[in-house]
Design a protein around this ligand. Structure first.
Ligand code: CO
Length: 285
């Protein structure tokens, strides 16, 4: 009798251990990854994205990581602690998250995007307890993305008179994905002959675009960033008072310049594209 009871207890223990392991339910989380910005007024763009994510996934916790060490250090000195992607993934793993969908807030699939995608995808093999990690595509990587962005810019910045043009400031890169910028120009040109994209560090340059503006007899130029936030590049390289800012260069060439200081993440239509990419990889979890 006693023996049977003992066997029963042991069996129950084994059974409950087994079910315990099986009912260890998945815990899903979302990680948003961006280069980062140290401009407090530029961070409202990130708040807008977070709001959208929470609207779409009300029950899922949202975390942030900045890839830029320089910006993380600068913010740390102001008492603002922000994780790198690997720090955030490790912390989430420690906190019991088993499935993580990360979304890149980068614009093109350049060097930074690929680096961080490797980190995210490889992390499930490094961090115990993390079963699956996925990574959403940047803003423009497929035909549909480029079409949507070209439509967005031409609708958001309509041209009133024939002597007006809109010039977008992209970042540009030494990476082969820089081809996305002249590629995007084709999508823009398909809809408008008054919308241009130029880059700070790649091709096409502002000089390339100035040549086009003169050819088209443009007099008024609206400048706005083709970047997730209106941060350092937008404030200084685009709209700064220094002689070599885009605004100064255009004014020196005789153009009337109007600035729209708004990062892409501040527009819901653009955030929707990132959200669609996040949705694709969240579904894979
Ligand atoms: Co830069």
């Amino acid at each position: 009798m006693k023996k049977r009871l003992l066997i029963g207890v042991i069996a129950l223990m084994i059974f409950s251990m087994g079910t315990n392991a099986q009912t260890n339910s998945p815990k899903k989380g979302i990680l948003l990854i961006t280069f980062g910005t140290s401009y407090p007024e530029a961070r409202k763009a990130f708040d807008n994205i977070e709001e959208e994510v929470k609207k779409n996934w009300p029950d899922i916790d949202v975390f942030w990581a900045y890839t830029s060490r320089f910006i993380r250090k600068k913010l740390a000195k102001q008492g603002i602690q922000i994780d790198s992607p690997s720090e955030a993934l490790a912390k989430m793993g420690e906190a019991g998250y088993t499935h993580i969908a990360a979304q890149s807030l980068h614009i093109i699939p350049g060097a930074e995007f690929h680096d961080v995608a490797h980190t995210v995808k490889g992390f499930s093999r490094v961090q115990k307890g993390l079963e699956k990690t996925t990574m959403g595509r940047p803003l423009v990587s497929k035909h549909e993305d480029l079409e949507r962005m070209a439509r967005f810019f031409t609708e958001q910045f309509p041209i009133a008179t024939d002597d007006e043009a809109v010039v977008l400031m992209g970042h540009g890169t030494h990476h082969e994905a820089n081809i996305y910028y002249p590629g995007f120009q084709y999508y823009l040109s398909d809809l408008s002959d008054r919308h241009y994209v130029a880059t700070v560090e790649g091709y096409p340059s502002l000089d390339n675009v100035i040549k086009q503006l003169k050819k088209e007899h443009i007099q008024k130029v609206t400048l706005t960033p083709f970047m997730s936030v209106a941060g350092d590049h937008a404030q200084n390289d685009m709209a700064g008072d220094e002689k070599d800012s885009w605004k100064s260069q255009l004014e020196a060439e005789g153009f009337e310049v109007n600035i729209v200081m708004k990062g892409l993440a501040e527009y819901d239509e653009v955030v929707d594209i990132w959200m669609d990419h996040l949705n694709e990889v969240f579904d894979e979890l």
